[in-house]
Design a protein around this ligand. Structure first.
Ligand code: WT7
Length: 652
């Protein structure tokens, strides 16, 4: 076939991506969870979650499974358990102390550690004893601001063990962001490090903590891990981890906590307003994070090597690096650094080194790898992989297919997992041994989850329709409230559709009733009376062979209410005289219809993203509407907006 023709065919395949990928036969035959789980949960949802809770070890069984006073839920009422015991000690007691909990891989090559469950038990016990010595007790808040080093999960587990509430603040946040989170939670202790390694160099954290803490009266101590050996200023609140933790007893008897005892607060910024302290509690959270990890990744603790590439500073890291995997007795990888240090094959090298079998990452990373080129992963042996996961934003079909082919060797199922900080654990996802996957679709609510797509009158839409995603019934790992602000909890999540949880996302049901997530509803554009999702236009753009990445916003337009403005990163150089903008506009028109044709295509070198990889459309809208650019403090790289502005003919 002529390459041109072949290209055309691949292209039209992707655009009408109607391929379905059946589960591999051997995986399906041995899968942890089969189609029966849906039926079981349909028959009796609460009994289903009780069985999931029974996978944990309870010091005292609950007497009521769910106490639902909308919108306030209590799960496993009067049950008692210790999260750290469930994640660590019980595996040691079961004779698995020598099993590896974490292969930790530092960014500097050769800097690695192997941590068994027995090691973890000792470290967590020492840290728990140290927290007690520092005056931290049950219900106290501990802010954690650390690089991706072993002391980070140890700190989370030590808090959980003594019933202190952790609040992890991502290590990339500024002193102002850190201070506002410390203040909101009235944290008594901050755990940090001198710094971490990032892009080949030590990157300091302690100065940011010093600046944040100088006006935080609630903070009594700052516990500092020495990681990089950088000079640090000493304040009278500082204590070194190696001075205080290392000399503690490696024995600590875990007390059982109430199923509804707070486990952690995690702040989510959203696009506007003061960050919301999302509160998660003990029994329900651990039940759902552990069960979903077992089901969605088909985790076999004896043989799998599991790697979630998120930062523990995000909910993905909380639920799928720390709590879910450890509760299941998994062996996981933790990697400290960036995917391009010291070279762009670092991830694939790590997979090859540890024979990783399950990989969980984000679409933004996948698109970056696509941009870097197929030849990079092709140099490594990735044949150990058997399940691939995606999370954080809609995965466009192009990226899904690339991930499956180039990373998964066209063998592995791809599970596109939809959830949020607020939901605590995965809600909508294929099951790798059950679902015939469709590229770009999160498919179905997991067993035990009742979600739907409704119109603005809260009526369920028919197959083929689109609207708002809602969750109709409470679930075990749901947020319990916003820390200190029940009213905001009600207003934000439970007021738009009476009686339903509204996550703020748009979604579509296809003809088979499968779900496609379309991103935040604030990202839906209104063009000449039509609702068009930014995700769909972005997917259409990325399906063009010359496009590496795209971001789309709706800009106010006198004729059409909003007009579509696209920011595009190209895969390579464009030949002179080529009208790439026209080519792309026509391509979108052909793919989605003329109504979705962008008014403007702007070729840019980078896109503004948050540290968690989400495109900050608010800033792009400022550009598209010729406004001065708003607050850039949560951008991963604040110079990006200057780069973009410099490229634009019209930008102010
Ligand atoms: C928002 C939540 C879940 C952990 C990481 C992000 C978007 C997340 C998907 C997906 C489409 C997704 C939603 C959601 N999102 N996963 N698979 N498909 N969109 O947690 O920072 O709380 O963000 O991320 O818009 O509401 P978060």
């Amino acid at each position: 076939m002529a390459p041109e023709r072949e290209n055309q065919e691949t292209l039209s395949n992707l655009l009408r991506e109607d391929r379905r990928f059946e589960p591999p036969v051997d995986l399906a035959a041995a899968a942890n969870v089969t189609a029966e789980a849906y039926e079981e949960a349909n028959r009796d949802r609460l009994a289903f979650w009780e069985r999931a809770a029974e996978r944990l070890t309870w010091a005292k069984r609950w007497d009521t499974t769910l106490d639902w006073q909308p919108p306030f839920a209590k799960w496993f009422v009067n049950g008692k358990l210790n999260v750290a015991y469930n994640c660590v000690d019980r595996h040691v007691e079961a004779g698995n102390g020598d099993k590896v909990a974490y292969y930790w891989e530092g960014e500097p090559e050769g800097d690695s550690r192997t941590i068994t469950y027995a090691d973890l038990q000792k470290e967590v016990s020492r840290a728990a004893n140290a927290l007690t010595e520092l005056g931290v007790g049950k219900g106290d808040r501990v802010a954690i601001y650390m690089p991706m080093i072993p002391e980070l999960p140890v700190s989370l587990l030590a808090c959980a063990r003594i019933g202190a509430i952790h609040s992890v603040v991502f290590g990339g946040f500024s002193a102002t962001a850190l201070k506002s989170r410390i203040d909101d939670a009235d944290a008594k202790l901050v755990i940090t490090a001198d710094g971490g390694f990032r892009r080949g160099a030590p990157s300091a954290l302690k100065p940011t903590v010093d600046e944040a803490v100088k006006d935080c009266p609630s903070v009594e101590h700052v516990l500092v891990v020495r990681r990089t050996g950088q000079e640090v200023d000493q304040t009278d609140k500082d204590v070194w981890w190696h001075d205080v933790v290392d000399r503690q007893s490696e024995e600590h008897i875990p007390e059982a906590h109430d199923a509804e005892a707070p486990l952690y607060i995690l702040y989510t910024s959203g696009t506007t307003g003061k960050p919301k302290g999302i509160l998660h509690t003990t029994g329900g959270y651990l039940t759902q994070s552990a069960w979903t990890h077992h089901a969605v990744f088909d985790l076999k603790p004896e043989t799998d090597i599991y790697w979630c590439t998120a930062d523990i500073g995000w909910v993905t890291g909380h639920s799928y690096i720390v709590y879910g995997p450890l509760a299941n007795g998994a062996t996981s990888i933790i990697y400290e650094g960036t995917p391009d240090t010291p070279h762009r094959g670092r991830f694939w090298e790590i997979i090859q080194k540890y024979r990783v079998t399950i990989l969980y990452t984000a679409p933004t990373a996948i698109r970056t790898f696509m941009k870097w080129g197929d030849d990079i992963p092709a140099k490594f042996d990735l044949s150990s992989l058997r399940v691939l996961g995606s999370v954080g934003e809609p995965i466009n079909p192009e990226a899904y297919v690339w991930y499956r082919e180039h990373i998964g060797g066209s063998r592995t199922p791809v599970v596109d997992t939809w959830w949020q900080t607020e939901t605590g654990a995965i809600m909508i996802s294929p099951l790798p041994g059950v679902t015939a996957g469709k590229p770009g679709a999160a498919m179905k609510p997991l067993p035990g989850i009742v979600a739907d797509v409704v119109d603005d009158q809260a009526q369920s839409v028919p197959n083929g329709g689109g609207g708002f995603l809602v969750v109709r019934e409470p679930w075990p790992s749901m947020l319990r409230t916003i820390w200190g602000d029940d009213q905001r909890y009600i207003d934000t999540y439970w007021s738009r559709f009476k009686g339903f949880y509204f996550p703020g996302d748009g979604a579509k049901k296809d003809e088979d009733g499968d779900l496609w997530l379309l991103g935040r509803v604030d990202d839906v554009m209104l063009v000449s009376g039509h609702n068009i999702s930014t995700t769909e236009v972005e997917s259409a753009l990325v399906s063009h062979p010359k496009v590496a990445e795209a971001a789309v916003v709706g800009a106010t337009d006198p004729l059409t209410t909003q007009a579509i403005v696209s920011f595009v990163i190209l895969r390579g150089a464009v030949d002179e005289g080529e009208d790439i903008a026209k080519e792309l506009r026509d391509h979108v028109a052909k793919t989605l219809g003329p109504i979705a044709k962008p008014r403007q295509i702007l070729i840019v070198p980078e896109l503004p993203k948050t540290r968690s990889g989400k495109i900050m459309r608010r800033l792009l809208r400022d550009v598209a509407e010729n406004r001065s650019i708003g607050d850039v403090t949560t951008l991963a790289d604040s110079a990006v907006m200057n780069l973009i502005a410099a490229k634009l003919p019209s930008a102010a």
